[in-house]
Ligand binder design. Structure first.
Ligand code: GLN
Length: 464
């Protein structure tokens, strides 16, 4: 089949399912078909030739909208492609649309999107997780094989877990952030969703690496991720931080994750105990540092430089105020206020400076733990997908869905979520593996072996 007709089919199913799932904020039929025709007429081979990809709507795409799920950027069309998108295109991929997300990637359920929540294809009365929920749904519903999301505190791993697919958050500096709209720059990283670990490995191989346009990318060689997927796991050590399997962890999730530990053992891995004494401060530290950085990053949305501008303002300051008042949603405003507060001169030492110190302690925890193991295993999220509306009025309850994920962003290390079981209500449950810096190949290898030997064996209700 020609690339053109494959992409046409993908676009048709994207459009058909979007009424139910709301996972795409835009479906880019015209440009995707033009690109497919161009690829058909070119005999050169490339690693992702003709592969349809969805891209989270906070990653810049030339000629396509990039709204960040916000009214304030509702009609923003960037002049350039993010480096990750440029590299995807160079590898032959076809961007078919922009995926729904929590406004400015702030959230764990997609309910903070200014354009309505995306729905979980396993049960449309439930959230897909967030903030990259839309990207996760495009993959879980079978429309695309892989999608780009972004991670500041778990926004790829948590929705991957809720939607029964693989989600990778790479090491900080592995993938360029050039063209990823900043939320909290010291934590942000583009992440990848795939139906399988191989899909993730292929995309990572294409987008990883040093980029002149992002000085925080590292000049570390990009290994052959696909080539390492099949290695056997004998002599691999997996560390279990037992203390994290306690309070707040749903019983069904605990059981599924315990089972995955036995399964890894049966694949040849050795299981050891590790301790991460400071991870209990992860959420507190994260919500101080992430909001501080967000309050500064989001200052640029002033009605002058990008997108939306409030009408009927008589003076400059009034125009700024009205634009931000009308353009930002409640969660974004809450975070700007929190961030401004922790950075204010009276509170800086008590909150911001203190949180930076604890961040270092958290990093040290991982450094010590990785001296004793190749990966650390935890649940990805404390529960399976919750109901739409269940936590939307309680920000603190929502923040707690990231307890297992935020510390990886704080420590800059990579993590992956892979499906490990189903709840009694047939909702997927994910297990998380965390690795030392630049160990993506090891994590993908472990995830690939796991999904091959212990497949989920079920499909979402809504699927192409
Ligand atoms: N859910 C977390 C938050 O709301 C993480 C978001 C993310 O990783 N972008 O900040």
């Amino acid at each position: 089949m020609s690339i053109y007709s494959t992409i046409e089919k993908t676009l048709d199913s994207a459009e058909k399912l979007n009424d139910t799932l709301n996972s795409f904020l835009s479906i880019e039929r015209e440009s995707a078909l033009a690109r497919a025709a161009e690829l058909d007429s070119n005999s050169e081979e490339s690693p992702l030739k003709g592969v349809a990809i969805a891209v989270k709507d906070n990653i810049c795409t030339k000629g396509m909208q990039t709204t960040c799920g916000s009214r304030i950027l509702a009609n923003y069309h960037p002049q350039y492609d993010a480096t990750a998108v440029k590299k995807l295109n160079a590898a032959g991929a076809v961007v078919v649309g922009k995926a729904n997300m929590d406004e400015f990637a702030m959230g764990s359920s997609n309910e903070n999107s200014a354009f309505g929540a995306a729905k979980n294809p396993w049960d449309v009365s439930r959230v897909p997780g967030g903030s990259s929920g839309g990207s996760a749904v495009t993959v879980a519903s079978g429309v695309v094989r892989a999608a780009l999301g972004s991670e500041t505190g778990g926004s790829v791993r948590q929705p991957a877990s809720f939607c029964g697919i693989v989600g990778l958050k790479p090491t900080y500096g592995r993938i360029s952030r050039f063209g990823l709209v900043a939320f909290a720059s010291s934590l942000d990283q583009i992440g990848i969703f795939g139906q399988t670990s191989k899909d993730v490995a292929q995309v990572l191989g294409a987008v990883a690496g040093r980029d002149e346009n992002d000085s925080t990318t590292a000049d570390v060689p990009v290994p052959d991720y696909v080539g390492e997927l099949e290695k056997d796991l004998t002599n691999r050590r997996i560390g279990i931080p037992r203390a994290l399997f306690g309070e707040g962890l749903d019983e069904e999730v605990r059981q599924a994750v315990e089972q995955s530990i036995d399964n890894f053992r049966s694949l040849g891995a050795e299981i050891v105990d590790v301790e991460l004494p400071h991870t209990k401060y992860g959420i507190a530290v994260y919500y101080i540092l992430a909001t501080a950085e967000a309050s500064s990053n989001l200052a640029r949305f002033d009605g002058v430089r990008y997108g939306f501008r409030a009408e009927e303002a008589r003076a400059l300051r009034e125009m700024y105020n009205k634009t931000r008042e009308e353009g930002f949603g409640a969660e974004v405003k809450r975070r700007i206020m929190l961030g401004t507060y922790v950075l204010s001169s009276g509170y800086y030492d008590a909150y911001y400076a203190k949180a930076q110190k604890v961040r270092t302690l958290l990093k040290d925890d991982y450094r010590r733990a990785f001296a004793a193991c190749d990966a650390i295993l935890t649940p990805t999220a404390p529960t399976a997908a919750f109901k739409i509306g269940e936590k939307s009025d309680d920000p603190l309850a929502m923040y707690l869905s990231d307890v297992y994920t935020v510390s990886a962003n704080l420590a800059s290390i990579p993590g992956i979520s892979v499906p490990c079981g189903l709840s009694a209500e047939k909702l997927p449950i994910g297990v998380q593996l965390l690795g030392d810096n630049w160990s993506e190949a090891t994590l993908l290898n472990m995830a690939a072996r796991y999904e091959t030997e212990f497949p989920l064996g079920a499909k979402p209700q809504v699927h192409v």
